[in-house]
Design a binder for this molecule. Structure first.
Ligand code: ZN
Length: 594
């Protein structure tokens, strides 16, 4: 499964890198490094934990401590010299040394994620190692593949498994080492803390998951704990363990450790449940030929809305996850499906640090105030739900098939655009029927709410377009943007900003929804391709706005204020230490880093 939007971010990294490409291989100087760091807006992450009962309060502290252990563990996974190099960098107290240490912590290694993983320090490999520290540094792909052929089927499964590293024995021969051996000391410490937390929480599903995940850390068998994670339903919602394989660029086999310590967002969970009750009614009223509608929708994949208290390891590297889909073990997915966890407060932090500055540059002054987080997040929820609506099983000339197979390489962009615009349609439908649907108090439905929905969507369009058009979300957004422009629903103003025509936007959204659903229902590859060729382009007026966005942060650098209060970082500078003499730049606060 994909870490949500990772594709976009990787692509965006690429765009940024080429925008400010530095052909010379010299590491960045202080000025350059400060510009690189400023792409991440320092943002305080605070979460109200007062509603947690006492046992959960104590469990939360243990879980933050367990999650902290994964930071150095993850750094070891990236590079054998990572921790030693980081420690050395931290000793350099010059402004350049401090900037390097700061950026090191953001990236969790000396290679810059937003700059194609190029080194920002001297004396380290120029590029992140494709096999990270999962394989011997001097091992080639073909050496691994040749060795694999000499192994039994069971040994092959271990060698290519998620939870093993490959090392050399004293004779230089490759061998498999399981995570519970390679990272034994750290995993034992983390497992003990998970068990302590399990003893403290009164919640049965959390207790069960923490105990089985602790057992997995020691046994290296994660299967049962992945199943228990699917069943987890508790005020404390935690994801902790080895998950994503993106850091293994050699084969994509090896899972990196990460943790997200979250609290369930009950208000948003209720909103989601309220929307879910009406999905069939929305399906039955989609603007498409009734023969294409699904008479009985299947069960939707579970979505959890949470607020992140703390994240670590791969979950706190570079660009922050806004949501994730797990687990990755196909056996668990077949049995239990997968779960999508949406990090509401992280999305809000990104909204404030990235989307509001975009709105100030891209929107007409009188509309800027309407760009707001509530409709932004509600639309993201609707987008996710709408992936489940519309044509899924279709019949083309008597043949049973699906839109993905028929639309092929243009499917993702069409499906992303469909989820966006059908999301707008569905929210408008629910606003129009809020009383009958019992959504009063859950979904604001007045004229101001409508204005905010469409204006926020316009602002977020620029955020997506900024990522470029090489990827499905950007392409899908360009298609919608140009369609809505052509219909007069989005309007370019003489001053270079954009606005929404609230009379024209509703019929335009309805018609675009109709067109995209019909392309999917009829498996019309050529029609879809033609529509993308015509509309998934960046026109000059949009380019001019994107040019104005330079200097707007790309993402946030989280500062876990609440987590640091609940379970202080033992490696952070002591807060009670006497105030240091004033330094050059008082305004430039450094994150509290481990
Ligand atoms: Zn989507």
């Amino acid at each position: 499964m994909l870490k949500i939007l990772l594709a976009i971010f990787v692509l965006f990294a690429f765009v940024l890198a080429s925008a400010q490409s530095k052909p010379e291989s010299a590491p960045p100087n202080l000025g350059q490094l400060n510009i690189m760091i400023a792409r991440f807006a320092p943002t305080q992450i605070r979460v109200d934990t007062s509603h947690l009962i006492n046992g959960d309060q104590q469990a939360l502290a243990k879980l933050i401590q367990a999650a902290r252990i994964l930071n150095p563990l993850f750094m070891r996974q990236l590079w054998s010299q990572n921790l030693a190099t980081y420690d050395k960098v931290k000793l350099d107290r010059t402004p350049l040394g401090e900037a390097r240490a700061h950026y090191y912590w953001i990236n969790k290694n000396p290679w810059s994620e937003l700059d194609e993983h190029r080194a920002f320090l001297p004396g380290v490999p120029p590029q992140k190692l494709p096999g990270a520290n999962f394989y011997p540094e001097n091992m080639t792909k073909s050496e691994f593949e040749d060795w694999l052929k000499t192994l039994s089927k069971d040994e092959q499964d271990l060698a290519t498994g998620f939870f093993t590293v490959i090392r050399r024995d004293t004779a230089g021969k490759l061998r498999v080492v399981p995570y519970n051996q390679e990272y034994q000391a750290d995993l034992e410490k983390a497992a003990a803390l998970l068990r302590e937390a399990a003893a403290l929480t009164p919640n049965a599903s959390l207790k069960k998951f923490l105990n089985s995940r602790a057992a997995a850390f020691l046994s290296n068998d994660y299967y049962q704990s992945d199943i228990d994670w699917m069943d987890l339903d508790a005020p404390i919602d935690i994801t902790i363990g080895p998950y994503e394989t993106y850091n293994d660029e050699l084969f994509g086999y090896k899972a990196a450790f990460e943790a997200y310590v979250n609290l369930r967002d009950d208000a948003e969970t209720n909103k989601l449940a309220a929307f879910a009750k009406h999905l069939q009614e929305i399906e039955d009223n989609l603007p498409e030929d009734p023969q294409y509608r699904t008479p009985k929708l299947g069960a939707a994949a579970p979505i959890r809305v949470v607020n992140e208290v703390f994240s670590s390891g791969d979950g706190e590297k570079g660009v922050q996850s806004a949501a994730y889909n797990l687990p990755n073990d196909d056996r668990v997915v077949q049995l239990k499906g997968s779960k999508r966890v949406m990090l509401r407060n992280i999305q809000e932090a990104k909204f404030r640090s990235v989307l509001i500055p975009i709105a100030r540059r891209a929107l007409a002054p009188q509309q800027q105030a309407d760009a707001s987080f509530e409709p932004f997040f509600t639309h993201i929820l609707a987008h996710e739900l709408m992936h489940g609506l519309g044509p899924h099983q279709i019949i083309i000339a008597g043949r049973e098939t699906n839109p993905r197979l028929e639309l092929k390489e243009v499917y993702s962009a069409i499906e992303e655009a469909k989820a966006d615009v059908t999301g707008l349609f569905a929210l408008q439908y629910m606003m129009d029927h809020a009383k009958e649907m019992d959504l009063t108090g859950i979904l604001p439905a007045d004229e101001a709410a409508e204005r905010q929905l469409y204006t926020t969507f316009l602002a977020s369009a620029f955020r997506s377009l900024r990522f470029g058009l090489n990827e499905a979300h950007g392409k899908g957004m360009a298609l919608q943007f140009n369609y809505l422009m052509a219909r007069g629903a989005f309007v370019a103003r003489p001053d270079g900003t954009f606005g929404v025509d609230f009379q024209k936007i509703k019929p335009a959204v309805r018609d675009l929804t109709h067109e995209l659903l019909t392309l999917e229902a009829t498996g019309d590859h050529d029609g879809a391709k033609q529509m993308l060729d015509n509309l998934a382009v960046l026109r000059p007026a949009v380019k001019a706005v994107l040019d104005k966005l330079q200097g707007v942060p790309v993402d946030i650098e989280p500062q876990f204020v609440t987590a640091n209060e609940i379970a202080p970082d033992p490696n952070a500078p002591a807060p009670s230490a006497p105030a240091p003499p004033p330094k050059r730049k008082a305004g430039k606060q450094r994150a509290v880093h481990g």
